[in-house]
Design a protein around this ligand. Sequence first.
Ligand SMILES: [Cu+2]
Length: 179
Amino acid sequence: MYFSRFATALTVLAAPLALTACADPAPLYVDRAWVQLNPNGEGPAAGYFTVHGGEEAVKLLRVSSEAAQRIEMHESISKDGMMTMQPVESVDIPAKGEVKFAPGGKHLMIFNVNPAIVESGKLTMVMMFSNGDRLIVDAPIQKGGNATGGQQAMGGMHDSAAKESAAKEGDAGGEHASH
Ligand SMILES: [Cu+2]
């Protein structure tokens, strides 16, 4: 009788510890990043990726790269039947949510990518979040030039499902340097 009560007490004590060890906190992370060079050559490149929220809601505050002059966060919107876009200050990342930067929606506008980096086929970016996290993201660079439909400049980059699937391919396969 005495021993069995003792064993029960031990079990109860151990349970909260085991639960803590099993609760693997969801990490904040980024995947499926890719960069589409401007088909016009001169203009800014576009950047796309998916953010996966962690345990707490955060904001994506800034994206930068040592290999680009400047990176802006934009959102494509439909205004009077025309697709246009506007800069956004920050982007909400809900806890355990998923936010996509994708053609036709949110995207990065990447100005003056270093030509040597373009040649290397990969752009490294730093993403800063409101909780202090800084994520380093490597994005394969898709060369422009085969834009379908002959759309102009950035408009052509914002709504092509074909390019999104190309990006997934690049993501899964790792480094597809094109030379
Ligand atoms: Cu834009």
